[in-house]
Design a protein around this ligand. Sequence first.
Ligand code: B12
Length: 447
Amino acid sequence: MPICDTPHILIVNPWIHDFAAYDFWAKPMGLLTIASMLRQHGIQVSYIDCLDRFHPHAPKTDPDARYGRGPYFKTRIPKPCGLHDVPRYFSRYGIKPQWFKEDLLNLDQPDLVLITSLMTYWYPGVQETIGIIRSVFPQTPIVLGGIYARLCPEHARKSCGADHVADGPAHKNLFSLLRRFTGYSVTPAFDPEILDSYPYPSLDLQTTLNYVPLLTSRGCPFRCAYCASRLLEPKRLLRSPESVIEEIGYWQKAYGLSDFILYDDAFLVETDQHAIPILEEIIRTGIKVRFHTPNAVHIRGIGAQTARLMFEAGFTTLRLGLETADFDHRQEFDIKVSEYEFKRAVNCLREAGFKKNQVGAYLLVGLPDQKLDATEHSIYFVKQIGITPIAAYYTPIPHTALWPKAVAASRYDLESDPVFTNNAVIPCQKQPFNWKTLSELKALITS
Ligand code: B12
């Protein structure tokens, strides 16, 4: 292996292949942080985002509409094997393959390609992305990391065509991979155990910057049976309020950005030490931005004080992790909230000034053996309380406590291929599956 002077690294955010996908504030934060970790050492980083909604060839759209959210460009493609029964179109979401090839050909040959992955069932998009990179740069090693690589490493090694699958977080393995594949050796400029020492993600590499993903903490103290957070982030780590405020100020001043998206697994736990000081500091400094929490916040963390602080600090889109209104039978899945706590939280939010359309409660739909219409009661309950129900279609995740039940309940062979775990196919419902009931449920939620 040649030893590079200062290597040139290409980082790539791959396509999504799915029945539906939409940019609900989804940025490859891990990959863009990797870019910053490399740039701290003067390493040249090029970036191609296959999901770029603002690619020079893409139809023009308003970046600020809906606080930065919006549709991806899409191209219809054949459904994966085994999912032909699903009465929906299947698409590649993101830029056209020929734009991707042109962008690759415009680059100098990189010494190493780092590619990320998100949903496990999006791996066909990763395969296609790697295939094209390989055809343009056959000599360059390709390393795959990210959520799919970590949750399904064996599958990824067999199917994705990468030279190496990194099944751990980049803050632990990035620099040894760099050494292994380029011979270039540096000592990390941050301490993996101290979040404040991490560089900000290289959002400047995006062609258009319209919102900022923000991580104020890692990990979650709960062990919900359906969630992989514990596996991905076993240790709870908090940033200091000063470092969070500094980052918000940086993006606001340098790029004029107003929409900040909290990527935390659990922003509202340990509120006294974490969320409250952050919110108070935002208010004290007079920063005027909007915050959105598409990852639900913890309902027990919402009291009169936190509700008022969030409202004053500019929280605009709030999602609550309710999951079910069947409070008597939820112990099997989680122990997050009681009926009383939920009602109290909603009251506090209302009194603080939040409006019905700003506050949504996620409800899990399609859990193993859950009848589709079992969610109806939860939908009515949330509506009656005066906030918005939002369906969170259940995605079975390997290594979680609910996985064996999901496998047993599914009409697909979930163990054979992650593509079957796509929440759009409601994988944990047995045959015969009634798509009409699903449409009726969707109509009830939006009515
Ligand atoms: C933020 C988040 C989102 C964001 C978007 C995130 C994004 N990147 O686009 C939003 C809120 C939009 C979202 C939505 C959903 N999400 Co989500 N989300 C997360 C969350 C909480 C954090 C992800 C994150 O950004 N972490 C921070 C960054 C820094 O980490 P990272 O990108 O993973 O990178 C690290 C490593 O993976 C690695 N790495 C990454 N890339 C690379 C590349 C290389 C080469 C290397 C070496 C390393 C490496 O190093 C990085 C640093 O450690 C995770 C849970 C978790 N704790 O990971 C769930 C998670 C990924 N989401 C999940 C789910 C189910 C969903 C939804 C389907 C929920 C629903 N039912 O609607 C939706 C669908 C998304 C869609 N259709 O667009 C599941 C994934 C399930 C699966 N089968 O894969 C997770 C694991 C949560 C869970 N339930 O267990 N999500």
